[in-house]
Design a protein around this ligand. Sequence first.
Ligand code: 3PG
Length: 304
Amino acid sequence: MKILLATQKPFSSVAVNQLKEIAKAEHELVLLEKYKEQSSLEEAVKDVDALIVRSDKVTADVINAAANLKIVVRAGAGYDNVDIQSCSAKNIVVMNTPGQNSNAVAELSLGLMIYLVRNTFLPGTGSELKGKKLGIHAYGNVGKLVAGLAKGFGMEVSAFDPFVADSVLLADGVTPLKSAGELYSGNDIISINIPAIPSTIKSINKDIFDNLKSNVILINTARKEIIDEVDLLNAMRKNHGIKYGTDVMPDCHEKMKEFGTRYFSTPKKMGAETEEANINAAVAALNQIIDYFKTGNEKFRVNR
Ligand code: 3PG
């Protein structure tokens, strides 16, 4: 089978070499890295059977150009970059690799928290994570790891996730909360870990911002689309204590600069940019494809 690894943001060479090693016996692995135009991806998918991507945009045009495509694996968690409808319409299986890069993202969340409580390391008195109340929005793979790390820092951890039983949170020493409102209004630091799906787009908005504590830190390692940026700008202008640290640069990045050390964004999404996460996600993606072709295993399919 011909498998295309298409990554605008390439995996580390160690990870790519492992893929080559795994694929070499039975499959042809082709690479399209650091490409600039969607047309390059549309050209490269023409004769491939399988596609591995990161945040690369797998649009209807890409799917329509891929006459032989049978499976797309998003080497990572969020698959909002893949046009699921177009894939399903052509019976193309879509999978992700849940959990494989979560530790890297969780560590970055804690890094952003420290950076902001310490006033972006500029001279002056900062604050500590110890004793602070941390609220985690969504207790998935990343949220759970953030909780564990935060407890190590001596934080008081609570979470809101309507899809996770209270008993799971309690077993981790995490206080279950009943609503997003309760989470955002009652904590000093919030770790936002919800996916970008229709029900969450712009769901972090005025209703939530109006009820934040005065010195709250919001950390977003999820997606920019879940934030209502107009409401965020207004909230930060009104409540001078709000700080926003993000790994997903908002469209209003230039405007956010007016907040100085109250705002920080990584220049490019860095959450999954560790050697370990690259290897885990890339190898899992390839193994899932090989297994799918061999046994039909659809365990990680997201478009059933
Ligand atoms: C994910 O959804 O897995 C993370 O956001 C990482 O995305 P990336 O592979 O594009 O860095």
